[in-house]
Design a protein around this ligand. Structure first.
Ligand SMILES: C[S@@+](CC[C@H](N)C(=O)[O-])C[C@H]1O[C@@H](n2cnc3c(N)ncnc32)[C@H](O)[C@@H]1O
Length: 450
């Protein structure tokens, strides 16, 4: 039996889904951050559970040839970029391996998993940054959460958000300090500023900034607007959101537009989009274009086809595919996203689309009588609702293209569809979130009635 605080010499034989090294001590699995498969090291046990333990890396005795020195100063305290100690090719291989293993183990699916599609420059890619504010020893801090905690690290630089976003965050922090506007204190439930959300357009210069406060009013808002908009000309939208709740959810229910419009413009594969501050939008625009190209290739839509874009957000997939289809139907649960989807359709002169607000699992039933040729599925991390899966199984749709940001729920849903005559033809992982262990995949399914 292993004991806390004891030292062991080990060899790492595998990696967990979130990039920890896995070793075994007398058959007992132990997980270690910042360790790579194939490495030998001395570790110190920090926690022992019933069937597994955690340890700290003390000294690497034999280093993996795929190890890379993390370029970020915050790597060892921030939990965000948990693969930054792997070179980029190893990150891509790791994601392919995790996809294949998870589909096999959780979904009993043996299919062709392609190489992960990576980025030429896997840094500074996030078009949306959610930055928490807090105070440490009376000093305002903003930036990143410490790994597995609610403690904020004062961000000097972050390698996955655009440089201008870091500049805006630092500038606003100085403005708040100068104007005596304190950060929110979640323990005492006092103070003002909770978060700043910065959204950057990829194809245009547009930037929007949302300031989330604990208080109903944003003090000295005229001064803040003037300073921010004159210092950063690219900021064309400033929104104040009020969140008085004792919660980890970032946005509260009420928002007020303080400056400009409530949206920024962007473009994906030639289609223009307006994105308002609450709508879902993929966070890596370079990879989104590649992901959608693959999804459209898998769908092989023709001009006679009826297409459904379920979990459609602001309609990005549906509007990209509409020029090739007869009709596109889209559904999303967020009204603001559907409003954006409809105005995006008319702004692009696309008429063969219909977007409706609702739960995909409810609305899909009302579309059962359409002769649907292609279904796009792009649910949140928890995957599809059981009723949704049951309905699409009954609909016997010739082609399904399933886009997923969580391979575990993907495996569960594909397992169900496979058991209902859908063949999992192939899967392509996309590196939408370089340096982190998150995996995005596109899967092609065909209906085969035996
Ligand atoms: C991963 S996003 C995909 C959005 C869009 N396809 C895209 O590529 O930008 C998932 C979307 O599902 C929506 N959603 C979550 N639960 C839903 C449900 N039960 N029914 C319909 N939409 C839902 C969210 O509002 C979000 O827009």
């Amino acid at each position: 039996m292993i004991e806390k605080n004891e030292f062991y010499d080990v060899e790492f034989i595998d990696m967990t889904h979130d990039g920890m090294g896995v070793c075994k001590i007398e058959g007992f699995p132990v997980f270690v951050s910042n360790a790579l498969k194939g490495e030998k090291a001395k570790i110190k046990i920090i926690k022992v559970n019933k069937s597994f333990g955690f340890a700290r890396l003390v000294e690497i005795q034999s280093e993996s040839p795929f190890r890379k020195e993390p370029i970020c100063d915050h790597f060892y305290e921030c939990g965000g970029c948990n693969l930054m100690h792997m070179n980029y090719q190893m990150q891509l291989d790791f994601k392919k391996y995790r996809t294949k293993e998870t589909l096999k183990k959780l979904g009993k699916i043996e299919t062709h998993v392609h190489e992960t599609v990576g980025m030429i420059n896997p840094y500074y890619y996030r078009n949306k940054s959610v930055i928490p504010f807090g105070e440490i020893n009376g000093k305002m801090v903003s930036g990143l959460f410490k790994s597995r905690s609610h403690e904020i690290i004062d961000m000097k630089k972050c390698y996955i958000i655009p440089k201008i976003t870091t500049d805006i965050v630092k500038y606003l922090k100085n403005v708040f300090v100068e104007l005596n506007i304190p950060a929110y204190n979640e323990l005492l439930r006092t103070g003002v500023v909770r978060h700043i959300i910065v959204r950057n357009s990829y194809k245009f210069d547009d930037i929007s900034v949302t300031i989330v406060t604990f208080t109903n009013k944003l003090p000295k808002k005229e001064i803040i607007i003037k300073k921010l908009s004159s210092r950063f000309k690219r900021v064309i939208s400033i929104v104040h959101n009020y969140n008085p709740d004792n919660t980890n959810v970032v946005f509260g229910r009420k928002s007020r537009i303080l400056f400009g419009e409530d949206f920024i413009k962007d473009e994906i594969n030639g289609v223009k989009f307006n994105i308002s501050h609450r709508s879902f939008y993929q966070i890596n625009p370079v990879q989104t274009e590649e992901l959608y190209k693959k999804a459209i290739e898998y769908a092989a839509v023709t001009s006679d086809d009826v297409v459904i874009d379920s979990y459609c957000g602001i309609g990005t997939i549906g509007l990209s595919v509409a020029p090739y289809a007869k009709t596109v139907l889209g559904v999303d649960i967020v009204k603001q996203s559907i409003d954006d989807a409809n105005s995006n359709a008319s702004n692009n002169g696309i008429k063969n689309v219909k977007f409706v607000v609702g739960k995909a699992e409810t609305v899909i039933k009302s579309w059962k009588n359409y002769d649907v040729d292609v279904l796009f599925v792009d649910p949140p991390r928890k995957g599809c609702d059981k009723v949704f899966l049951e309905t699409i199984a009954e609909m016997e749709i010739p082609t399904i293209v399933y886009i997923s940001c969580n391979v575990s729920t993907l495996a569960r849903d594909l397992n169900y569809l496979q058991a209902h005559n859908y063949e999992v033809v192939e899967v392509t992982p996309f590196d939408m979130f370089p340096q982190t262990s998150h995996i995005e995949t596109v899967t092609k399914l065909k209906y085969n009635k035996y």
